[in-house]
Design a protein around this ligand. Structure first.
Ligand code: ATP
Length: 353
């Protein structure tokens, strides 16, 4: 089933909470996901991502709050629609293909209301979408982890679910395979217009896959927004640190400016005179001097390491002073004790009360 993308919410959670004894595993969570949209539930281990997903699936019930799928109330104090009637597809880290069934039988398994040859035809078309048609008659143990994950995706999508629920589906794959399967999965989800919820603890994966990110901690939703919101407009320092590495500086507002070791900065936000603030300076805020009209500092190198496409320079501004980190593009590997002239871009700074 192909759906056009519109803004009507397909999955809606209102004030959803779930306790296990004394633990509020999920607390007062509200969110909505539209057709064609991918929402990533992101956060550290134990923050309530899986419990939230399981409540949408209907395999776990909230203690309070309401859940709607495609405009129908599926869980609240007054009603409960069981998982098999929620029109959802599920995909987990352990792809859990049936070992005694061939690939095509696995994909055909959840198809209802058609005869055997129609089911096989539909399953084969599903396998074609994930580039696995050639393996239709193999058994799962002949497939690599990535191939099994593609088949699991085809199986989840075969009945044409309106909602795809995925729990860390790529975490068992090695990095290169993970990147390509992530991209293929996203393209496929977008092409069929499914509304998707994806659980991940990896901020990069959430930025890459998500139209929206719901960042959770200890059962609570810290921020819900686009990847750009989370990166450029985090609601507090905790959210900021989840997505980026920063140098943290304490400062005081004087005449609208904050003095930092890299010069005075004028925050975009309004702060009171003499208010204490936390200044977060992105590691990417620094560059090798040469940029016009920017603040420059002399940095004494403590350590330099190559991180791949960037170099990480740890430096101090003077003997015994605080250690800062700069991430410079390309290969810059000065020796310990060298002096570097760095420019500093005050736009790459966040300030919080
Ligand atoms: P992870 O990334 O490690 O899977 P998560 O963010 O998905 O973590 P949940 O699995 O939702 O977290 O668990 C949230 C909290 O609820 C955890 O502290 C967990 O131990 C607890 N919890 C989850 N399921 C149960 C259960 N059936 N009984 C008791 N406690 C549970």
């Amino acid at each position: 089933m192909t759906r056009g993308r519109d803004d009507s919410p397909i999955v809606v959670l209102e004030h959803v909470s779930r306790r296990y004894d004394d633990l509020a595993a999920v607390w007062d969570v509200g969110l909505s996901v539209s057709a064609g949209e991918v929402l990533c539930l992101l956060g550290p281990s134990g923050c309530g991502k899986t419990t939230t997903l399981r409540m949408v699936a209907g395999v776990e019930r909230p203690d309070s709050g309401r859940i709607f799928i495609e405009g129908v109330e599926v869980d609240s104090e007054d009603c409960f629609v069981p998982p098999e009637r929620r029109n959802i597809g599920l995909m987990f880290q352990d792809h859990a293909l049936f070992p005694h069934m061939s690939v095509v039988e696995n994909v055909a398994f959840g198809l209802r209301g058609m005869n055997a040859s129609e089911r096989r035809e539909k399953a084969l078309r599903g396998l074609e979408r994930v580039d696995m048609r050639a393996a239709a008659d193999f058994y799962p143990d002949r497939l690599s982890g990535g191939e099994q994950q593609r088949v699991a995706l085809a199986r989840a999508l075969a009945p044409g679910p309106g909602v795809m629920l995925m729990d860390e589906p790529f975490s068992g794959l090695d990095k290169r395979l993970r990147d390509s399967i992530r991209d293929d999965t996203l393209t496929l989800l977008k092409s069929i217009g499914a509304c998707s919820l994806l659980v991940t603890h990896d901020p990069e994966e959430a930025m890459r896959m998500g139209d929206k990110i719901a960042l959770m901690r200890r059962g609570r939703l810290l921020q819900l927004g686009s990847p750009e919101d989370m990166y450029y407009r985090p609601v507090d320092a905790e959210v900021a640190f989840f997505f980026s590495d920063f140098n943290e500086i304490r400062g005081v507002v004087k005449q609208g400016l904050i003095a930092t070791p890299f010069g005075s900065i004028g925050p975009r936000e309004r702060f009171n005179e003499s208010q204490e603030v936390c200044v977060l300076v992105r590691q990417e805020a620094f560059g090798l001097a040469g940029g016009e009209g920017r603040i420059c500092v002399r940095a004494r190198v403590w350590r330099a390491r190559l991180l791949g496409s960037d170099s990480l320079i740890e430096f101090r501004l003077g003997e015994g002073e605080e250690l800062f980190r700069a991430r410079l593009p390309g290969i810059t590997l000065p020796a310990q004790g060298d002096w570097l002239d760095l420019y500093f871009d005050p736009a790459k700074v966040l300030v919080f009360a």
